[in-house]
Structure formats: structure tokens, C-alpha cells
Write a protein that binds this ligand. Structure first.
Ligand code: FAD
Length: 282
């Protein structure tokens, strides 16, 4: 189908984008890589009067070293994130998760910021960003504010970014030297996650001293498996099964044609053990 008619704006700065959004009010929609928005417009599930394309706002693209964190511009495409040396060194978990998103064409166009604001619970960016304790920078008519990843995801397709606001940057504390793995379970390649687990661990002599675990598609938002994170401290590869047994605790996974909720709970437990084992180098 062809989208309904809309006006198009292509600002070149964040300030200009905000002013176009403010002028258009509720009838505007921000366009990033378009990999989720364009199918929505083509199916006429949304018909904004104005589309504000961020593609020419150079300031929103790229990865920089922020000292104790790395800062990823919201318009940075997946393909740049995967290949970026700073991301690989300090937030390896994110690079591994992003590498599993869809196919090369979608990774070339789709952006980290677009994925986070779209907030599909089966998306592969939310869980690693949550596990890595990222902070989101949001700007709007009232100025700039920061939102912790734990407060960013409100519900299915709902985040802390309000109409008229922009997600500009994702700040990830450096996890230098941490092992990481993203275990994504799909039935066919390039599929969305049926369940996935993002794990990153710090270890000394094969024993875990700190652990972070995020779950994809185990509820209406990405989730942290905090009980598992605590249970993993002091453990090594030989005794991961017990520590990972509580991976599905407090989750509310969907039931659909790919699997019912109980099957997903089982998957979460198995994938958590595998992800932690791989993060430990096993
Ligand atoms: C065939 C197919 C397969 C896919 N498979 C996967 C997969 O396996 N795993 C996965 O994680 N994803 C998958 N995706 C989704 C893909 O990752 C999308 O790119 C992503 O969800 C949205 O990013 P985008 O840059 O394209 O955003 P857009 O589609 O342009 O925007 C998405 C939403 O976010 C808003 N928005 C975007 N940027 C900002 C911003 N900076 N500030 C405020 N609002 C903003 C838009 O208004 C829109 O509502 C798939 C998509 C397709 C088409």
C-alpha cells in the first residue's frame, strides 16, 4: 500500500528539528532509519500530517569516547555500531546483539535510537542497553534530560520519549574487559527474537565478580534478570545451572504461534545459562 499524503521536513540540526516538531504538534512523526515507521505508514496504521526526517542531522550520528562512558548518537545505524572499535572494546554486548538484527540491508538503514524509541519487546537493542545500565539523553521544548534505561521503557511501544521530544544520545558506562554474549533463539534466520538473553560478566580467575543479564521478549518491555545477576556472583562455569534457574522469575512472556509463555520461560532459563557460559569464554 501507499502511505497517506504527508508533509516532509529534513532539518539539519537538533534545534531545527525541535522547532519543526513544536510547530506541527501531535500530527508530526520523527523518521530515523524508517525500517519500522515506513511499514507502519504503508499499512496506514498511522497517518501523520508531517514526517520529520533526522537523516541530515549529522550531530546525531557517530560514537564518541565520553571518558567513563561511550556516547552513541541516536541516528547511528546498526552497521556502524557493530563495526565500531569503541563499542567493541567497552560495550561488546551491544555489538554482539546488534549483529543479530535482521539482515545487512536493515542494519544499514536502521538506527539504534529508532529501535529504542520504537520499543518493540522482541527488538534486540533494548535488553543489552538495559543490562549495560545505559542512560538516554532526551531533548524537547523544556531542554535536555537524562533517563536511565530502567525508567526508559514504559510498555509495549511506549517509552519516556514524549511527542515533540527527541532521543539524541545513548551513554553506556564502559564495561572494559567484561565478557559478553547475546543468545537469540529463532526458528529461521533473520527472524525477530522468540526469546533472547543478553549477558555480560566480569570475572577473576574464572569466578564471576559482577553480572548483568537482560531479557528480550519476556514481557511488554526488555527486562533485567536481577535475581540471576545476584546468584551468579561467586560462580564459575561448573555451577551456572542453579544460578540461572530463576531467569524467568517475574517475567510475563507472550504466547503466540512461535511458542507459549511456558515454553518461553524454559527458553529463558536455558539461554541465560548458555549466554553466561559464553560470556565467561566457555
Ligand atoms: C523485515 C524486518 C526485520 C526486522 N528484524 C529485526 C530484528 O530481528 N531485531 C530487531 O531488533 N529489529 C528488527 N527490525 C526492526 C529494525 O531494527 C528497525 O530498524 C528499528 O526497530 C527501528 O529503527 P529505525 O531507525 O528504522 O526507526 P524508524 O522506523 O525510523 O522509527 C521508529 C520509531 O521511532 C521514532 N523515532 C526514531 N528515532 C527517534 C528519535 N531519535 N527520537 C524520537 N523518536 C524517534 C519514530 O518516530 C518511530 O515511531 C526489523 C525490521 C524489518 C523491516
Amino acid at each position: 500500500m501507499i502511505p497517506a499524503t504527508f508533509d516532509y521536513a529534513a532539518p539539519t540540526s537538533v534545534e531545527e528539528a525541535l522547532s519543526v516538531l513544536a510547530e506541527a504538534g501531535d500530527d508530526a512523526k520523527v523518521l530515523a532509519g524508517g525500517q519500522s515507521l515506513l511499514p507502519i505508514l504503508r499499512m496506514r496504521l498511522n497517518a501523520p500530517e508531517k514526517v520529520v526526517d533526522l537523516g541530515r542531522v549529522e550531530a546525531l550520528r557517530g560514537v564518541r569516547d565520553g571518558g567513563d562512558h561511550i556516547a552513541i548518537g541516536s541516528m547511528t545505524p546498526y552497521s556502524e555500531v557493530v563495526g565500531n572499535a569503541l563499542v567493541q572494546e567497552h560495550a561488546g554486548l551491544l555489538a554482539k546483539a546488534v549483529e543479530t538484527v535482521a539482515d545487512p540491508q536493515i542494519r544499514h538503514r536502521g538506527t539504534v535510537g529508532g529501535a529504542l524509541v520504537h520499543a518493540d519487546p522482541a527488538g534486540d537493542v533494548g535488553a543489552p542497553v538495559l543490562a549495560l545500565d545505559a542512560t538516554m539523553v532526551v531533548v524537547g521544548p523544556g531542554g535536555e534530560r537524562t533517563v536511565g534505561a530502567g525508567e526508559f521503557f514504559h510498555d509495549l511501544f511506549e517509552t519516556a520519549v514524549a511527542d515533540g521530544e527527541l532521543l539524541t544520545e545513548i551513554r553506556i558506562p564502559k564495561h572494559t574487559g567484561w565478557g559478553s554474549a547475546y543468545e537469540k533463539f529463532v526458528r529461521v534466520s533473520h527472524q525477530w527474537s522468540i526469546v533472547a538473553v543478553a549477558a555480560t560478566v566480569k570475572a577473576e580467575g574464572g569466578t564471576i565478580t559482577e553480572a548483568r543479564v537482560g531479557l528480550t521478549n519476556m514481557g511488554s518491555t526488555p527486562l533485567r534478570a536481577t535475581a540471576v545477576e545476584q546468584a551468579l556472583v561467586g560462580k564459575g562455569t561448573a555451577d551456572l545451572a542453579d544460578a540461572c534457574a530463576a531467569a524467568a522469575e517475574g517475567t510475563n512472556p507472550p504466547s503466540d504461534l512461535n511458542g507459549d509463555a511456558d515454553y518461553r520461560r524454559h527458553l529463558a532459563t536455558v539461554l541465560t545459562r548458555r549466554a553466561v557460559q559464553h560470556a565467561l569464554g566457555g
